[in-house]
Write a protein that binds this ligand. Structure first.
Ligand code: ZN
Length: 238
């Protein structure tokens, strides 16, 4: 009988990933078989433990994961197959310093905004307290530009575009130049030093996507807040 990851000692990690699936499904970010999740199982050589293709994320089983190498090829002999998007997980894990987990979701608001702002090349999120939930950000008085890439089924070509854009960023800066990216009309990729941080980054991004999209429906709420005059200042001017 082949050894499963559960038997090989990764049961806790797998159960944490299964819990992520249940939660993200319940929050509408990973409906049906959409999305995929991975953790770095080995750094040298790089190997990821990633969800198997085509599984309902609300009911992931312990065998719904496969271990792959840096090229996305299975290495555990289980015969299980991961998503075509595995290449993007491998790219992130090998390019972004210190990544321990990569999470991908297909939310309503991320899907809408990534289509709306594709021509701009990125989604700007500015002036929100919740930005502080992204690692390294300590104030609301800032902004992030979430890169948006046109969607495709050609993962090799997409990975090249992402790699090219990542190469222009300064990953040695104290604050990460990028916490995640969007695929147009598709979804979000984000990551973290561990699964907990990556989960938080999904939650923060998805909150901010909804806020930005809803704020566009209320133009007065969409602009970054300007300092308001106090009643006393207004009276002094009168
Ligand atoms: Zn996807």
């Amino acid at each position: 009988m082949s050894t499963t990851f559960a038997e090989a000692g990764s049961a806790d990690t797998i159960d944490q990933l299964r819990a992520v699936g249940r939660e993200f499904h319940s929050r509408g970010w990973s409906l049906g078989t959409s999305s995929n999740y991975s953790v770095v199982a080995s750094r040298d050589p790089l190997e990821l433990l990633i969800t198997v293709s085509g599984k309902d994320k609300s009911a992931l089983g312990r065998d719904d994961f496969v271990r792959v190498d840096a090229a996305g090829k299975p290495v555990d002999g289980s015969g299980r197959k991961s998503s075509a998007e595995t290449l993007l997980h491998c790219l992130i894990a090998s390019t972004v310093p210190g990544v321990g987990a990569v999470l991908h979701t297909h939310s309503t608001w991320g899907t809408i905004l990534s289509g709306a702002d594709l021509a701009r090349g990125s989604l700007r999120i500015e002036g929100y307290e919740m930005l502080k939930g992204l690692e390294g950000i300590a104030t609301h008085d800032t902004f992030v530009e979430v890169p948006i890439f046109a969607n495709t089924q050609d993962m090799t070509e997409l990975a090249q575009r992402i790699r090219h854009r990542f190469a222009a960023l300064d990953w040695s800066a104290a604050r990460s130049p990028c916490h995640g990216f969007l695929l147009s009309r598709h979804g979000l990729y984000t990551w973290g030093r561990d699964l907990a941080e990556a989960r938080r980054h999904i939650e923060i991004h998805e909150f901010l996507f909804e806020v930005v999209a809803r704020a566009r429906m209320l133009p007065a709420a969409g602009a970054p807040p300007q300092p308001r005059q106090t009643v006393q200042q207004q009276q002094q001017q009168q």
